[in-house]
Design a protein around this ligand. Structure first.
Ligand SMILES: [Zn+2]
Length: 258
């Protein structure tokens, strides 16, 4: 199986104890690509460092909506500079999160500026949308970037609108949880060339390892469920989602580890 983890946070402190050892082992578990998404300037720099060290790792740079209050005035300028690195394939993780008490207008300003940056650089975006479906959709309709709404948690109707914009939808281990009816409905209708598979590690470990620190080697559980809902085998789900990630992020096959 060829597995591409389209959204990971191996820069997270949860991996401080064994980060590089773990990453070195992942190709033997079938992992041929990982996209680490930055959430702050320093996290974005670490994503780039990992991409420079490991052939199969790639980087996205950006400021996450939960981190905008701590951002420094020139951080967006720094993100723009970091985006010029050849290991950077996307702007992210950016978006809106209304679950926490972070002022919506400031989140929207950061989201808008980073959408403009992605469009100016012709890079796809990795969008985070938590409890902010209507505003996220409106911003995406306004700026019309290419990219993915990761860990998709909205309705079938919103999914249809996002697909109309040409966007991809990313699915995590949450598709294996008991209350996954919504994900089933979306995966039953989504075109096969618009689905990505991701860990969002260290979070969202799939059943039957739910609750543990997640990593890319757990993706076969997630892919099995994605395949079940799409009516295809786990191998086919792995192949399709890897191919889609390589297409969206313009990552060539020849960069795959030997
Ligand atoms: Zn994430």
């Amino acid at each position: 199986m060829e597995i591409f983890d389209s959204h990971a946070h191996y820069d997270d402190e949860a991996f401080d104890v064994d980060r590089e050892e773990l990453l070195r082992r992942l190709p033997s578990a079938g992992i041929t690509g990982i996209l680490n998404a930055g959430v702050t300037v320093s996290s974005s720099k670490e994503c780039i460092r990992l991409a420079e060290k490991f052939d199969f790792c790639h980087a996205a740079v950006g400021i996450h909506p939960e981190d905008v209050m701590e951002a420094q005035p020139n951080d967006l300028e720094t993100i723009k500079e970091l985006a010029a690195s050849c290991s950077v394939v996307a702007i992210g993780e950016i978006g809106l999160d209304y679950h926490w008490d972070v002022p919506h207008d400031i989140q929207k300003q950061f989201f808008a500026k980073q959408l403009e940056l992605a469009n100016a650089l012709h890079l796809p975006v990795i969008v985070h949308d938590r409890d902010a479906h209507a505003d996220t959709l409106a911003m995406l309709q306004k700026y019309h970037p290419c990219g993915v709404v990761h860990s998709y948690s909205g309705s079938v109707e919103t999914a249809r609108e996002l697909l109309k914009l040409g966007l991809y939808l990313g699915f995590t281990g949450a598709v294996t949880f008991k209350n996954n009816k919504k994900a089933r409905g979306i995966l039953e209708m989504v075109p096969h060339d618009r689905v990505l598979c991701e860990t969002d590690c260290p979070y969202m470990a799939p059943e039957p390892v739910r609750g543990r620190r997640s990593d890319s080697s757990m993706l076969p559980h997630t892919l099995a469920r994605i395949g079940e809902f799409m009516g295809i085998s786990v191998e086919e789900a792995a192949r399709i989602t890897a191919c889609n990630a390589r297409t969206l992020f313009s990552i060539n096959k020849r960069e795959m580890p030997k």
